[in-house]
Design a binder for this molecule. Structure first.
Ligand SMILES: NC(=O)c1ccc[n+]([C@@H]2O[C@H](COP(=O)([O-])OP(=O)(O)OC[C@H]3O[C@@H](n4cnc5c(N)ncnc54)[C@H](OP(=O)(O)O)[C@@H]3O)[C@@H](O)[C@H]2O)c1
Length: 336
């Protein structure tokens, strides 16, 4: 089978398609013939050696796949060969064949394409976990989200609409029309003083900030919180300066990350939380019900990933470049 391999850290051009032995389904697993695999921002971090969770190169990233079951392991009754499914996986997803534990596999909603299926797990689970479990958003609350037109951002928009939230989204100006269609109030995410615009549209502050930029952005987001406000830190895109890694800049950014004191949090009635869904992989009682909640929304037609572009495995470097250049609106996927 073919896989998209990061053979060493470097710019997008290092990515290679390599052959690997076909895996086979063991007990409690199914083998999926992958039709689409999601690309996530963390793939860019992993390729630059800025993602400590990733195995050392040569490695294959990919945390979500969709395709047809083509081999069923011993003891599996929930799926049969030919079933159209999607799955949340932990690395190695950007492969032609993937063996997944059945707990993490779900039937694809009938009208969905494989690409849409591959666009669901990471972005929607992250968005759902932040809005529902961590920030415990209440109807009518105001949520500020960064990179609002990206994969996670649009998932937040769709779930925010279901939850009855007011959403303010920071994004490049070219993406604002799509945000409006999603019911999000867009603001210019490239404005170096973006927080002043947030204050103008929400003078009392915001109830929740979802921030995967990191660094000074977290500091500003914290200041914007209304009483009982929650800042959810879930990424560090500020460490990625461009397609080529800049370690000095990344380290400089890193040491300037804010730190909050318990007394200040208490007196200001604010909360700061962190989310890394990759680290919740073994917390099945926490994550699996959320996947099922999302599947219910999907089958009811309430959510549907927006696929911006699909790149063949052989053009994985272009897919990475596309995200580096901030061109994506919604999800980017790879197809074998
Ligand atoms: N903690 C978790 O469990 C978890 C899970 C999933 C994702 N994440 C994080 O959530 C964020 C969004 O992930 P995603 O996969 O949905 O990506 P994405 O938002 O679809 O793609 C990246 C977008 O982020 C914005 N951006 C901000 N800083 C950037 C930079 N330095 N380089 C390129 N683009 C930058 C750009 O939008 P604008 O031009 O509109 O600003 C760009 O289009 C990432 O930081 C990711 O690491 C965290």
């Amino acid at each position: 089978m073919k896989q998209v391999v990061i053979p060493r850290y470097g710019p997008p051009e290092v990515l290679e398609v390599r052959e690997a032995p076909d895996p086979h389904a063991g007990p409690g697993t199914v083998r999926i013939r992958v039709a689409a695999a999601g690309v996530n921002f963390s793939d860019l971090l992993a390729r630059q050696g800025l993602y400590p969770d990733a195995p050392k190169p040569p490695l294959v990233v990919g945390y979500e796949v969709a395709g047809e079951v083509d081999e069923v392991g011993e003891g599996v009754t929930a799926f049969r060969a030919g079933d159209r499914v999607f799955a949340m996986v932990r690395f190695w997803g950007q492969s032609e064949l993937f063996v997944a534990p059945v707990d993490f596999v779900r039937p694809l909603p009938p009208s969905w394409s494989f690409q849409e299926g591959a666009g669901l797990p990471v972005c929607y689970l992250t968005a759902h976990h932040m809005l529902v479990r961590i920030a415990a958003c209440q109807r009518g609350e105001t949520v500020l989200v960064h990179a609002a037109a990206g994969g996670v951002g649009l998932a937040v928009a769709e779930l925010g609409r279901i939850l009855g939230l007011r959403l303010i989204g920071l994004a490049s100006a070219s993406k604002h029309a799509v945000l409006r269609e999603h019911g999000v109030e867009p603001l210019d995410g490239r404005d170096p003083r973006w927080w002043e615009a947030v204050k103008r549209v929400s003078p009392r502050g915001v109830d929740v900030v979802l921030d995967a930029v990191g660094g000074d952005s977290w500091r500003q987001g914290y200041r914007l919180l209304a009483p009982a406000g929650r800042l959810v830190c879930f990424g560090v895109s500020t460490l990625v300066a461009g397609p080529t890694r800049n370690m000095v800049r990344a380290l400089w950014e890193f040491i300037r990350f804010p730190r909050w004191g318990a007394i200040d949090l208490m007196n200001r009635n604010r909360s700061v939380a962190g989310v890394n869904v990759g680290h919740l992989w073994n917390e099945r009682q926490l994550m699996l019900p959320q996947i099922d909640a999302l599947l219910t929304y999907a089958n009811a037609g309430k959510i549907r990933p927006r696929i911006d572009k699909a790149f063949p495995f052989s053009q994985a470097a272009d897919a990475h470049r596309y995200i580096h250049e901030r061109k994506n609106i919604g999800k980017v996927v790879l197809t074998p």
